[in-house]
Design a protein around this ligand. Structure first.
Ligand SMILES: [Zn+2]
Length: 278
């Protein structure tokens, strides 16, 4: 092929990939993590395992078997309706701060504060689906790859182990290392797009995503500081909320019934509220 043909070919496949990302019928058969990444799936898993062990050492994880099993089952159900290549782990952090984050390799953490803030299972699932989308698209290591390349001239990051190296050398704890996860707007938009489809494919009412977005925003406005700094690096802007509304109308086939809530969710939320009110 001549150069122009190769360029046209890659443009066409690039467009095709972008279309697939908007087609919920293709979930699980499309590569949503394509793009430059110098970390293999195995390397990313190993890095995530290490960082997750650090978080679990420093933070308090909810070990109540019924609650922990519920959160994990909810996450695994969304995982089956997603594009992720990672074996996903979902843990609940004992914290009133509203927080959710994903480590490399598919380790998702959400706080009890976030669970208590949500109003139904679909809203809770919308946040988990969004975090799952960051993992499926491998945003953490793609972002690290970009930063490594940008900084390659100044810091020999390529030789010192990327993310883990940065954390170790600057003596940052894992939570500070996670501040690194200030994703580009492009990645946030992509996580919104993919997470919304996972939520829908798992049977949930996709408008719960908009409701939850707005709930987080209004809570932070009413009580500044109640949303964690980390979660706020992924701001729920009006533009993102509007785009999600558009995506619901344009991309998701309508359906007679959606799941909005379950009695299991209600009893678990009640139990958490009793232990520590909002
Ligand atoms: Zn995000």
């Amino acid at each position: 092929m001549c150069g122009a043909t190769v360029l046209l070919f890659s443009l066409a496949t690039g467009l095709h990939a972008a279309d697939n990302k908007k087609n919920p019928d293709k979930i699980g058969q499309r590569n949503v993590a394509s793009g430059l990444n110098r970390y293999s799936v195995e390397q990313e898993l190993a890095l995530g395992r290490q960082l997750a062990a650090e978080v679990e050492k420093q933070a308090k994880i909810v070990t109540d078997p019924i609650i922990a099993e519920y959160v994990n089952r909810l996450g695994q159900n969304l995982t089956r309706n997603s594009d992720t290549v990672f074996p996903m782990t979902f843990r609940l952090l004992e914290s009133d701060e509203i927080n959710a984050f994903t480590l490399p390799g598919g380790y998702v953490f959400i706080s009890t504060g976030l669970l208590k803030l949500s109003d139904n299972e679909a809203e809770l699932a919308s946040v988990i689906a969004y975090e799952l989308a960051h993992a499926a698209a491998r945003h953490a290591t793609r972002q690290a790859t970009r930063s490594d390349l940008i900084n390659a001239g100044k810091l020999p990051l390529l030789l010192t182990g990327g993310l883990a190296g940065i954390a170790a050398r600057q003596a940052l704890g894992p939570v500070s290392a996670m501040a690194f996860y200030h994703f580009s707007r492009e990645y946030e938009t992509e996580a919104d797009l993919l997470g919304l489809q996972y939520l829908w494919k798992a049977g949930y009412d996709p408008t719960a995503s908009v409701d939850m977005f707005e709930r987080v925003e209004s809570t932070e406005k009413a009580k500044p500081g109640s949303v964690s700094q980390l979660f706020r690096t992924h701001p729920r802007t009006a533009a993102r909320i509007e785009q999600t509304q558009k995506n619901i109308e344009a991309l998701l086939p309508s359906r007679a019934e959606h799941i909005l809530n379950t009695s299991e969710y209600e009893s678990i939320r009640e139990q958490l509220l009793k232990a520590s009110p909002k």
